[in-house]
Design a protein around this ligand. Structure first.
Ligand code: SIN
Ligand code: CO
Length: 396
């Protein structure tokens, strides 16, 4: 598995000779970029048959799209039977392939010049001649890497995004292509959100989509308020380790509401104005700070999809007493992030605070024995738990 991170100041073939800095400045979220031979001599790590095998699995999200005389059709997997390769006009799309294959996870992580917070998953599609999902737009950024065979892409930056109503998939009513390219294996197309596109297979075809996620403002607001509510509950329930997670220092909410001197009321059903005011006054004590925002984001962004499965070892090694030669490597499914003075792993708040060795492990996804030895014993015990869970592995 490739664990190298691109130097953000060096021109990269992956970006057509642009530095990651220049790509982010000029293209990311702004305009499409066609990159010929982004990966020269690219040979896909998985075959078309491997993709079909993945689509048989219950926990793997897959879709089959076809079009013909009766229009567009879409079915959701798992699929035990698929149309024959000789029948034109179908495509099978499999989500989250990075969770099931080390080489695909390594390929996806070549794009880590973009934050893990934005990276979503790697989808792979296989198609027979003329197969595709029709002209549409997506709400997120995507790198479309041609893996096998050829695909014709037509793209447009048109403002009209009206969709054909009543279809099982998003199809633009009036697609007006502005550019047209045929991609060969190793070629790649970057598309920003809302760029309209239509990819049609020319013969058997495999395309790898490295997709990104974008939280809505509403999701951010709700998550922030929920994290603040959890902090309050920690006090309310007097559980400093709320639901097994270390609680953040919360606001001072001691004391009871008092209404000595309240006037007698002729309207007993009316909510007292003073109680409403006291409630709002309490809200002012709630802290919506960096630690709370990071608590929500870190837990949310490291939460694993259901199809992420770990394979705990029969005899895990222990790093608490002695660290052998080798290195610690995160499992391909593991999500490890840090921020706001906290460390997050696979949806949980880690018991150790971020520190240089752990941040390096999160950024590079591996850590040399020497650096592991330099970590405090308590932190090495935490790593032992990760090894036991199969979240990380020791490679001699
Ligand atoms: C594909 O792999 O068929 C393309 C997916 C897309 O256009 O978003
Ligand atoms: Co698309």
């Amino acid at each position: 598995m490739s664990t190298d991170i691109l130097d953000i100041d060096q021109p990269a073939a992956l970006l057509g000779g642009l530095t990651p800095q220049a790509f982010m400045r000029d293209y990311w979220q702004r305009k499409p970029l066609l990159i010929r031979q982004a990966i020269p001599d690219f040979a896909p790590p998985l075959t078309m048959a491997d993709i079909k095998t993945l689509a048989r699995r219950e926990e793997v999200e897959s879709r089959l799209v076809s079009h013909g005389a009766r229009g567009w059709a879409m079915k959701r997997g798992p699929f035990t039977r698929l149309p024959p390769a000789t029948r034109p006009n179908w495509t099978l799309l499999v989500q989250g392939v990075d969770l099931h294959d080390d080489a695909i996870a390594g390929l996806m992580r070549r794009f880590r010049f973009i934050s893990d917070a934005r990276l979503d998953d790697t989808m792979i599609s296989i198609a027979s001649d003329d197969g595709g999902v029709g002209p549409h737009y997506d709400s997120y950024d995507v790198f479309l890497l041609q893996a096998h065979g050829r695909r014709r892409w037509r793209i447009s930056q048109q403002a009209d995004r009206a969709l054909v109503p009543g279809l099982p998939l998003k199809i633009l009513q009036d697609f007006r292509p502005e550019q047209d390219f045929v991609l060969e294996p190793g070629d790649m197309l970057y598309l920003p959100p809302h760029a309209s596109h239509d990819g049609i297979a020319i013969g058997d075809c495999m395309t790898i989509s490295i997709g990104f996620r974008v939280p809505s403002r509403a999701a951010l607001a709700r998550g922030l308020l929920e994290a603040a509510a959890d902090q309050v509950s920690a006090q309310f329930l007097e559980d400093p380790g709320l639901y097994g997670q270390p609680a953040l220092p919360g606001p001072d909410l001691s004391g009871l509401y008092e209404d000595a001197g309240a006037p007698a009321t002729r309207h007993p059903a009316a909510l007292p104005e003073a109680l409403i005011a006291a409630t709002l006054d309490t809200l002012e004590r709630i802290r919506l700070d960096q630690a709370v925002a990071a608590r929500f984001l870190g837990q949310w962004l490291t939460t694993l999809p259901d199809s992420a499965l770990f394979d705990p070892p029969d005899e895990p090694i222990s790093l608490a007493d002695a660290v052998p030669e080798g290195r610690l490597v995160l499992d391909r499914c593991t999500r490890l992030m840090y921020g706001g003075g906290q460390l997050f792993i696979n949806g949980e708040v880690a018991p150790a605070a971020p520190q240089p060795g752990l941040e390096a492990l999160a950024d590079r996804r591996w850590l040399a024995a020497e650096a592991v030895r330099a970590l405090p014993a308590g932190v090495r015990s935490m790593l032992d738990e990760w090894l036991e869970e199969g979240w990380a592995h020791w490679r001699a």
